[in-house]
Design a protein around this ligand. Structure first.
Ligand code: SF4
Length: 302
């Protein structure tokens, strides 16, 4: 039996939904019911009438699915698949900042752990970060944890005093301008699209900047045939599927080893046993839901 056939059988037998982030291995994406970005997936879970969900992504993504769907069983095939950037927030330091700066709004990227969200005023994604920050009444803002996304926002939002945490995603931060220009020499007609988690000097030389959903949309709509893509290399699987006649090149081979801790074998085991279940403290769920729902409210009308 192929992986796909086993997954299909288990979906029916165990009433389980399989969802996967864009950076998951290609074969897992192919077997999944839905593939997308972290927040899109958490919201997709809410729309589906299933009791069990196997969530292929890193820890904070599975947690967000629990926060928005506490009545469902969210199963994470590899609990050690954790995002290093989400772990770059020192909660004691964040609590201290809040005490010392009561006038500031704390905006946390969805790429944060549940405890960080619980101490935030509002969350944002890479596609709505600008809109979220602009929506705030407060003039002073602490943005965390990604310094690159935070600095990208400061390019456009000039009427606020934005302090940026010094976290970063190594997968994106390791991409250099030289990685891009080397590819550009080989493919001068290629359009350069990068994720805002990339360094400012990489953003400077890009034709477009966008979230994974934004990158996908641009590559489908553009008349270009070649693209240099500044995000995790597995995104190429999705891009190629949507646009088989186009070519995609990834500068510096950006690879997230945390995402790749989830394997076909672990997915099958999780779908069979419906374990390991993600558990989150109920008090934290209540607190963390507030900034997520506030973000959703800001996004209404889009
Ligand atoms: S790609 Fe970056 S932000 Fe995403 S899980 Fe890996 S380390 Fe975290």
């Amino acid at each position: 039996m192929s992986f796909q056939q086993i997954v299909n059988r288990l979906k029916e037998e165990n009433e389980v939904l399989l969802i996967a982030h864009n950076y998951q291995r290609g074969e897992i994406q192919d077997a999944a019911d839905y593939v997308g970005d972290s927040f899109g997936l958490a919201r997709k879970v809410a729309e589906m009438d299933v009791p069990n969900v196997v969530f292929c992504g890193v820890d904070f993504m599975a947690e967000s699915a629990v926060i928005l769907n506490p009545e469902k069983k969210i199963i994470h095939p590899e609990p050690m698949a954790r995002c290093p950037m989400a772990a770059m927030v020192d909660i004691d330091r964040l609590k201290r900042y809040r005490e010392e700066n009561p006038e500031a709004a704390v905006v946390s990227y969805v790429n944060t752990n549940v405890e960080t969200k619980a101490y935030s005023d509002i969350c944002c994604t890479s596609s709505n970060a600008m809109k979220v920050v602009r929506s705030l009444e407060e003039e002073k803002v602490l943005f965390l944890p990604d310094k690159n996304l935070g600095n990208y926002i400061t390019r456009f939002v000039k009427d606020k005093e934005i302090e940026v945490w010094e976290g970063y995603c190594g997968t994106h931060d390791n991409i250099t301008p030289k990685d891009i220009t080397d590819l550009k020499e080989l493919y001068p007609d290629a359009e350069v699209i990068v994720h805002p988690e990339c360094r400012p000097d990489v953003v400077d030389i890009a034709d477009h900047v966008g979230s994974t959903a934004g990158i996908l949309k641009r590559t489908i709509e553009s008349s270009s045939k070649r693209f240099i893509i500044g995000t995790e290399v597995e995104m190429g699987h999705r891009l190629k599927k949507e646009s088989p006649d186009k070519e995609f090149y990834f500068p510096g081979n950006p690879f997230c080893s945390n995402m790749k801790m989830i394997t076909k074998e672990k997915v099958i085991r999780s779908m069979q046993d419906l374990e390991p279940v993600v558990t989150v403290d109920e008090d934290l769920i209540e607190k963390a839901r507030i900034p997520l729902e506030r973000m959703i409210e800001v996004g209404r009308g889009d």
